[in-house]
Structures are given as structure tokens and as C-alpha cells.
Design a protein around this ligand. Structure first.
Ligand code: ZN
Length: 487
């Protein structure tokens, strides 16, 4: 069986053939760490987690690199505006690195909640300035970059005239790009309006700056990915991924940089996840529909009817193919939650099934269909529908209308373990081994607090409540008694 992958570069499905099988190199553009992770971050996180998990499942040895952009990503365009992180640092009177560290940790915490496996390497842009400067030098040597007023720009028109490669990924035409580029700061330094900065001279007020032969400055946004992917995966590697919003200009520019620095394209397969919309609209801070993952988990955004568990968010995203758009609504999340519950309950009840000598069910057939689904460009919605077939079988086995023997029930167990737990990465949050112990302990402490209250020892009562809260256990008093939940 072969794995087919849709390649954005060739616009068709291709048989996945790694350069150095069984090793696979995968580079994915990570977050710019200046704010909390939102639903738009969950999708690439989960999409490439699934690809990482499935390739591992097939026996490949994957080196997965996902960068952290902590410098160089500017507001509107890689060449203009104030650096996002520097701006936040100025507003909050913090060191830029404090901002970057703070949001990196929060991003990773959110991804951990979603059961997204950590990549093999998570390099930061600021930790690879020397490597980026080296690539600027290589591109200057190739003749496709020029120095202007202490900055270095990539000459898109010269590159396009010689190679006809600018636009191959995004399918854009240079004439249109030149025509639609807005007048931005620094434009008069450029030969062509669409040229992008490889190195930018820092203005006096710019906090993040490094010395170079051209000026005290900072690297252009596109450069970090060329520097870090080539450093950790080689100048040519297997998969380059990211969100569809990065196709142009970011990935297009990465290809141009590699062509000039190394003489060839960086990756064989380009994979892009589609976007999440909210009520059919793009997500955006100005539109008021910008929901962070923490707000989803706690239900604290005005557009949310209630909280949704991280696994519900994960399952919701996996119910769509990664190349389709996905529209968020409370109804859609509610439906995902129900579907997920059915699968989890079926998995938990396998142990209640009584086996017979004979078997009337065919688990092998479902297993083959799971492979077919994932081998067809990681088709998780089809994989999930196959697992729902397994749920139907579990229910029939429970009501006695089908029979299963020891060997087949082993296969049924393994089917859930392989595809539901390992490939889809669904974690049964309720079946933690410690849960009965935790429940018992919390009940004991609530009883102690009840005694304290009966004795009018309010200080003790508050202390017990606060200590539970520091452990992430929130207790709530109501007329029906005391309830609690684990945050
Ligand atoms: Zn990138």
C-alpha cells in the first residue's frame, strides 16, 4: 500500500517517496509568539501532528522541525511596520524575549492540552541569526540580492526573468504582484515594489537588532525558515508544511531563497492546511470573533455557549479533511462532542464484551479501510467514519446480535488503540488511572471543609478551598451542595 500526498507545488497527489527512507525530514512554520494561541493555531498544530503520528505509525523515522518566530515577523509585510513582538514589548514595557518566552510557553501548554506531540526540534529565529546572515551572503553572491541603505533586498524581477520560478507555488503572476504591492515604508530603497527584505537596517527605536556587515539590523521574516530548515534537515528535505495563509509570500519567498542560496528548491512535498472560519468569516481581532484556545477550554468568550474540552476541539478539526475549509459554530462543536463521546464509550465498553468460540464480525476489513483512508492524503474524516463502523460492531456485540472470539476481540482492541489513540491522538480524559483516587481525595477534603463550616471556622474553610484551587480543583457551593471540577 502506498501513501499518497497532495503536493501544493505540483497540484496533484503523489506517492510519498522520502529522499532517505526510512528517515523523513519535515519542516513546519510555527507560531509568531506575541499573543495567545487561538483556533487558527490549533489547525496546523493538529494537521501536522497527524502527519507526524501517521508517518511514525508506518515505521518512518521522522525528524520534525517546527520553528518559533520570535523576531522579524512584521505586521503587514515582511518589509515594513513594527515587529509584532517588539511592539508588544514596548506596550507592556517588557524585554522582547520576555514576551517571546511567555507566549512560547503558553503556546506549548495549549498544544499539550490538544495532545499535539512536541516536534523533534523547536528552533527559534533569534537563536539562528548567524545562520541567516550566512544565507544572505550566499544570495548576494548569487547576484539575486542587492544592498540598499544598509538593508539587503531580494531582486524578484531579476530572479523571475532568469528562472521563471517566482509564483510557482502560489500560482501568482509577477505582473500582478508588482501592480498590487502597496506603497510602504522602505519602498524607495527597493528596485522593484515586490522585492522583499533579507536583512533590514534597524531604525534607532528598534529594540531587536544584531550587528552585520551591512548594518545593525535584523533578518527578514522569510529567511529564518530557510536557515533553520537547511541547518536541521539539509538543503533539500521531504516535507515543508504550514497554513495556506503562508503560501504567499512566505513560502514562495523561501523557495526563491533556496534556489539562489543552494541552487534548488528546499522541499519535495509542500503541504498546506486550509483555514478555519467562524460563521463563514475569517478570524480576526478587529472582527471580534477571535477566540483563543483557553477561551474555548473555559467557555469564556461571548460567542461560545459553553466550554469545550481540548479533545472536542481536536476531534472537530479532524472531522474535516485538512485541505477543506472548516467553519466553527457552537452546533458543529456540539455535534463533534457527541460523536467523540460515542467513540470513547464504545472503546471503554470493549472490555465488557463476552467472547464466544466463533466470530461473525470482520475487524480486518475495517483495519484495511483505515489504512486506505490515511494513505489517501491523510483523510481523517473517512478514518473516523470507519471507526464509527467499529462502534456499530461494538454495540451489536454488547446486545448479542453479533459474536466475537478471543482473537478478533484482540484485533478490535488494537484497532481502537492504533487508529483512535495513536494516529488520531485522542486521549480519554476520563479514564486516567488516578481519577478514582483523585475523586476520593477531593470528597474527603470537601467533607473536612464542611466540618470546618459547621464549626464556623471560616478561615479553615477558605484555606481548604484556596489550597484546592492552587491544585487546579475548583469547588463551587450552591443550594444543591458542593460540586467541583478539575481545571
Ligand atoms: Zn516559515
Amino acid at each position: 500500500m502506498e501513501l499518497y500526498v497532495y503536493n501544493t507545488l505540483t497540484r496533484k497527489k503523489e506517492i510519498f517517496t522520502p529522499i532517505n527512507s526510512p528517515n523523513v525530514g519535515m519542516y513546519v512554520c510555527g507560531p509568531t509568539v506575541y499573543g495567545d494561541a487561538h483556533l487558527g493555531h490549533a489547525r496546523p498544530g493538529i494537521t501536522f501532528d497527524i502527519i507526524f503520528r501517521y508517518l511514525n505509525f508506518l515505521g518512518y523515522k521522522v525528524r520534525y522541525v517546527r520553528n518559533i518566530t520570535d523576531v522579524g515577523h512584521l505586521e503587514n509585510d515582511a518589509d515594513q511596520g513594527e515587529d509584532k513582538i517588539a511592539k508588544k514589548a514596548r506596550l507592556e514595557q517588557l524585554e522582547p524575549m520576555e514576551i517571546a518566552q511567555f507566549y512560547t510557553k503558553r503556546y506549548l501548554d495549549a498544544m499539550d492540552c490538544l495532545n499535539v506531540l512536541r516536534p523533534s526540534i523547536q528552533p527559534t529565529a533569534s537563536g539562528h541569526i548567524i545562520e541567516q546572515i550566512e544565507i544572505v551572503k550566499k544570495i548576494l553572491d548569487s547576484g539575486y540580492a542587492y544592498i540598499s541603505e544598509g538593508s539587503v533586498y531580494f531582486d524578484i524581477v531579476k530572479y523571475q526573468n532568469d528562472t521563471h520560478k517566482y509564483g510557482i507555488l502560489s500560482n501568482r503572476v509577477l505582473e500582478d504582484m508588482l501592480a498590487t504591492t502597496r506603497e510602504l515604508e522602505g519602498q524607495n530603497e527597493k528596485r522593484n515594489s515586490a522585492d522583499f527584505a533579507l536583512w533590514k537596517k534597524a531604525q534607532p527605536e528598534h529594540i531587536m537588532r544584531w550587528p552585520s556587515v551591512w548594518s545593525d539590523g535584523f533578518p527578514g521574516w522569510h529567511l529564518e525558515c530557510t536557515a533553520m530548515s537547511s541547518k536541521y534537515l539539509g538543503e533539500r528535505f521531504d516535507i515543508h508544511g504550514g497554513g495556506l495563509d503562508l503560501l504567499f509570500p512566505h513560502h514562495e519567498s523561501e523557495i526563491a531563497q533556496s534556489m539562489c542560496a543552494f541552487g534548488h528548491e528546499p522541499a519535495n512535498y509542500w503541504i498546506h492546511n486550509n483555514m478555519i472560519t467562524i460563521g463563514g468569516q475569517k478570524m480576526g481581532k478587529s472582527l471580534g470573533n477571535f477566540i483563543t484556545l483557553e477561551e474555548f477550554f473555559t467557555g469564556t468568550h461571548k460567542m461560545l455557549e459553553r466550554a469545550y474540552s481540548p479533545m472536542t476541539i481536536r476531534f472537530f478539526i479532524l472531522q474535516a479533511h485538512y485541505r477543506s475549509t472548516l467553519d466553527f459554530s457552537n452546533d458543529a462543536l456540539g455535534a463533534a462532542e457527541k460523536g467523540l463521546k460515542r467513540l470513547l464509550e464504545a472503546q471503554r465498553s470493549i472490555k465488557k464484551i463476552v467472547t464466544s468460540k466463533e466470530s461473525t464480525v470482520n475487524i480486518e476489513e475495517i483495519k484495511q479501510k483505515c489504512f486506505e483512508a490515511m494513505n489517501d492524503d491523510f483523510n481523517t474524516p473517512i478514518l473516523i467514519s470507519n471507526l464509527f463502523e467499529a462502534v456499530t460492531i461494538v454495540n451489536k456485540l454488547l446486545d448479542g446480535s453479533e459474536k466475537i472470539n478471543e482473537k478478533a476481540i484482540e484485533e478490535l482492541n488494537q484497532l481502537f488503540e492504533d487508529w483512535f489513540v495513536n494516529v488520531l491522538g485522542i486521549k480519554d480524559e476520563q479514564s486516567s488511572n488516578m481519577m478514582p483516587t483523585i475523586e476520593g481525595l477531593v470528597k474527603m477534603i470537601i467533607d473536612l471543609r464542611k466540618d470546618a463550616r459547621a464549626n464556623k471556622d471560616w478561615a479553615k474553610s477558605d484555606e481548604l478551598r484556596d489550597q484546592l484551587a492552587t491544585l487546579g480543583i475548583k469547588i463551587k457551593d450552591s443550594k444543591d451542595g458542593v460540586s467541583w471540577n478539575l481545571e
